[in-house]
Every structure is written in structure tokens, then in C-alpha cells.
Design a protein around this ligand. Sequence first.
Ligand SMILES: Cc1cc2nc3c(=O)[nH]c(=O)nc-3n(C[C@H](O)[C@H](O)[C@H](O)COP(=O)(O)OP(=O)(O)OC[C@H]3O[C@@H](n4cnc5c(N)ncnc54)[C@H](O)[C@@H]3O)c2cc1C
Length: 133
Amino acid sequence: MRMAERPLAHPYGDDQHFDVITVGGGLAGSALAKSLAERGHRVLVLEREKRFRDRVRGEQMHPWGVAEARALGVYDRLLERVGHQTRWWTIYDGATPRRKRDLTATPHGVGSFNFYHPDMQETLLTLKRCAEG
Ligand SMILES: Cc1cc2nc3c(=O)[nH]c(=O)nc-3n(C[C@H](O)[C@H](O)[C@H](O)COP(=O)(O)OP(=O)(O)OC[C@H]3O[C@@H](n4cnc5c(N)ncnc54)[C@H](O)[C@@H]3O)c2cc1C
């Protein structure tokens, strides 16, 4: 178990009071923590992993998720640090491409985002720390 932001003892000096504690520093918990921290809430993320490992938890964010990540203000930093945009979704039948879909034609006008999941988690926790100032 680690407190993802600070050493285990007295993570915020003597003040052990938080507005919100998220159990888990995954995509959901860390993005929520970052958003709340930048709005002035005291948030603690409790994460059991000392070092994130490849858990097969998905490495593609579909366009609708990309739009949400942009709205949360995390997308540009993730793009800089851990992933790349993908515009085309090609469906193959064996080695033969059958259909090529332009993901930017989806309602939000963005493609998908591909990343290494552990690095995504570390980056979101870093953004949360930055939001605390
Ligand atoms: C095989 C597979 C493939 C997937 N592919 C995709 C994909 O391509 N695209 C997509 O969008 N989604 C995909 N998903 C769904 C994916 O899991 C979610 O999008 C995303 O990871 C969910 O984030 P989360 O923060 O809710 O949970 P998680 O990513 O599971 O994060 C939970 C975190 O909480 C920690 N934790 C758990 N219990 C405790 C505890 N008791 N105390 C402290 N810490 C704890 C864990 O260590 C972990 O870091 C896939 C899921 C699976 C299983």
C-alpha cells in the first residue's frame, strides 16, 4: 500500500484531514483526484501498488473518452508524455482490410488515444500532485 503522493507518515504535515479519499489510483480515481484538487479540495489517493505494472487494463481510449479527458484537462499532458492519437480504425478479415473508419467523424471530432497503461496512471497522479500546487 502506498500513499501515492507523499511518504506514508504525515502525508500533509500534521493535518490528516481530507475532503475526499479515493481508493485506487487508476484512471478513474486519479482523474477525479486531479479535478477535485485543482478546485481546492484536499484529496488523498490510496494506491496499493508501489509501482504500476502491466495489468491488461486497456491501452485504447475511444473518441468519447478522449473528449472527456480533454474536458478534464488531462488529455494534452497524456499526449505529451505517454501516448499517441489514432485517426483510423481498420477492420481486417485475415490479412485483408475490409473497412476503414475515420474516428474523427465521431461526434466529438477526435480520434482515439493509445497509451501504455502504467505510464498513464503515473502521469495522472503527477498531474494530481501538480494541481495541489
Ligand atoms: C482486459 C481488459 C481490457 C480493457 N481494455 C480497455 C480499453 O481498451 N479501453 C478502455 O477504455 N478500457 C478498457 N478496459 C477497462 C479499464 O479497466 C478501464 O477503462 C479503466 O482501467 C478503469 O479505471 P479504474 O480507475 O476504474 O480502475 P483500474 O484501472 O482497475 O484501477 C484501480 C486501481 O485501484 C488500485 N486498487 C484496487 N483495490 C485497491 C485497494 N483495496 N486499495 C488500494 N488500491 C487499490 C489498483 O491497484 C489500481 O491501480 C479494459 C479492462 C480489462 C480488464
